[in-house]
Design a protein around this ligand. Structure first.
Ligand SMILES: CC(=O)CC(=O)SCCNC(=O)CCNC(=O)[C@H](O)C(C)(C)COP(=O)(O)OP(=O)(O)OC[C@H]1O[C@@H](n2cnc3c(N)ncnc32)[C@H](O)[C@@H]1OP(=O)(O)O
Length: 491
């Protein structure tokens, strides 16, 4: 009996942008975006927010896994898109209780904790760690739910535009995991403050024009290639911290691990992060230097300079304060070497084989920020079930990352009998019912303008009913969203 994850349920909003169409609208090379970014991403529809996403995913989880709500002692929300700076998961609890009441089911327990976790895309992983600690201590015998919900929106015309996305994944955690045991004691952590990596200061909301949908536009401040280097650096250090706890040679781990799942802002980023972790491991192991030198020679790179780059205690000159010198790629030589590695047979066994489970299906999810890693784990389990791949006792790595910066490396083990709980994962059905936007509709939705509502009416899900406008003197609710559960029939 070991603690871990027992279930996954997803919610995706219906509006979808096909990246091939987006490339045509913007005169961008589809070949590049197909191989680097993915196939499509989702956007929120009218009357939706990150809280309705989260509640929809939790409501599905409770029914998909026949959860007794009164047994749930912790309901955690991981998000970087919250629009209330005071309340968090309790908003989700309120919505879910309304649906439970409508269905004649018991309410979520009054003694249920309702924290929100924030560290960019890593909030959900911190939520999982907190849930496991809860189940091991004061929550023994109870269950925990961690829901990751986000809306990744980027400015039109910027480099981040194709890497948008929206949705939520709820996870059930138990002290006797039915899917994935998490070995917390063997996990590795990393954190290092970077001032001007991907951030979301409130100042961005100053002077924003009012939108028809009543939402603010939550565009991040980021420096594209610098943010990629931060991802590489943080995931490398979290892996190092994890590998230092393991017996044996670190380099062997890269071959021994059965499957790897990493934070996934776009299709190619996990591949890059994993290969870079391998190059760092080669550099830190004297026995790996011959292979590194051979790769450097084939890539036309000076091997000594490459070693300096990979062994630098910190590749950043400061904490990002002197960003001007850092906005480019911080690992330019390693970039050439990983492109060389791509041409060798090792690429298939070290990279393709390790990161392939569920990866194809993830091309249709875009960046889900906190929900990206849980969604990929769910996709992997569902693919294995469909393809009849035996996973029992496989060792997996879940590598979470949150900009600004922090990362977590979690060792997972697939439990015997995982198929029963995997059968309940709704990954495929969550993708059904998408509505492709044309260019004009996409622009309007992006800017929060009302479009002719082309989505089917909400069914068995939560919507924003209205937004409060009272600003005293007797009552205040300006900006507060009021939600409504729409029962199983059309509105
Ligand atoms: C936001 C989070 O969720 C937190 C994070 O993880 S931060 C880390 C990622 N950062 C982001 O997601 C920020 C938002 N996104 C972006 O800024 C941008 O989408 C991006 C920086 C990720 C890419 O921007 P871009 O201008 O398209 O980069 P560009 O250098 O031209 O191409 C990226 C890759 O595509 C490759 N590429 C280019 N053309 C190609 C083609 N025709 N076929 C295949 N690959 C191609 C490039 O070689 C490059 O790969 P390497 O990094 O391995 O060298």
């Amino acid at each position: 009996m070991a603690p871990g994850i027992s279930g996954f349920s997803l919610y995706l909003p219906p509006y979808r942008v096909q990246l091939e169409a987006w490339c045509a609208w913007n005169d961008q090379p589809w070949e590049k975006f197909r191989s680097v970014v993915g196939r499509s991403f989702r956007m929120r529809a009218p009357a939706q927010s990150v809280y309705t996403f989260a509640a929809n995913a939790v409501w599905r989880l409770i029914r998909d896994y026949d959860i007794d709500p009164s047994q749930v002692g912790l309901l955690a929300l991981g998000t970087e898109s919250s629009t209330d700076n005071s309340a968090g998961a309790v908003i989700v609890k309120g919505m879910v209780n309304e649906a439970l009441a409508a269905a004649g089911l018991p309410q979520l327990a009054r003694d249920c904790e309702v924290p929100e976790f924030k560290q960019a895309c890593l909030g959900g992983v911190y939520g999982v760690k907190a849930a496991l600690r809860y189940l091991a201590t004061d929550g023994r015998g109870r269950q925990a739910i961690v829901v990751c919900a986000d809306i990744a929106e980027y400015a039109r015309g910027g480099s981040g535009e194709p890497t948008q996305g929206a949705g939520a994944v709820a996870m059930l955690l138990e002290s006797d995991a039915r899917l994935l045991e998490v070995d917390l004691a063997a996990a590795g952590s990393d954190s290092d403050y970077r001032v001007a990596d991907f951030r979301k200061p409130f100042a961005r909301f100053r002077n924003q024009p009012a939108r028809d949908d009543g939402q603010v536009q939550d565009l991040p401040m980021f420096n594209g290639h610098y943010s990629t280097s931060c991802y590489i650096d943080a995931t490398h250090h979290a892996m190092t911290a994890m590998l230092e706890k393991r017996p044996g040679r670190s380099l062997d781990y890269f071959h021994d691990i059965d499957a790897v799942f990493m934070h996934r802002p776009y299709h190619q980023m996990p591949t890059t992060g994993w290969v870079m972790a391998y190059l760092f491991a080669l550099a830190h192991d004297d026995g790996g230097h011959d292979q590194l030198r051979a790769l450097a020679a084939d890539a036309g790179v000076d091997a000594d300079l490459l070693l300096d780059e990979l062994l630098a205690p910190s590749p950043f000159h400061g904490n990002g304060a002197d960003l001007a010198e850092n906005t480019g790629d911080v690992f330019p030589l390693a970039r050439k070497v990983r492109n060389q590695l791509r041409k060798t047979p090792l690429w298939d066994t070290l990279v393709e084989d390790k990161l392939k489970l569920g990866s194809e299906a993830m091309r249709d999810l875009g960046n889900l920020y906190t929900a990206a890693l849980p969604a990929w784990l769910a996709a992997g389990l569902q693919q294995a079930l469909t393809d009849r791949i035996e996973l029992t006792d496989q060792n997996w790595l879940a590598l979470g990352y949150g900009s600004g910066d922090a990362a977590e490396a979690l060792p997972l083990r697939v439990v015997a009998g995982w198929q029963e709980a995997a059968r309940r994962i709704n990954f495929e059905s969550a993708l059904v019912g998408a509505i492709d936007l044309n260019e004009a509709q996409y622009i309007d939705v992006h800017e929060g303008r009302r479009i002719e509502n082309i989505a089917p009416p909400a069914r068995d899900e939560f919507v924003i009913d209205h937004v409060g406008t009272s600003n005293g003197p007797d009552f205040f609710d300006e900006g507060v969203e009021y939600y409504r559960y729409v029962v199983g029939s059309a509105e």
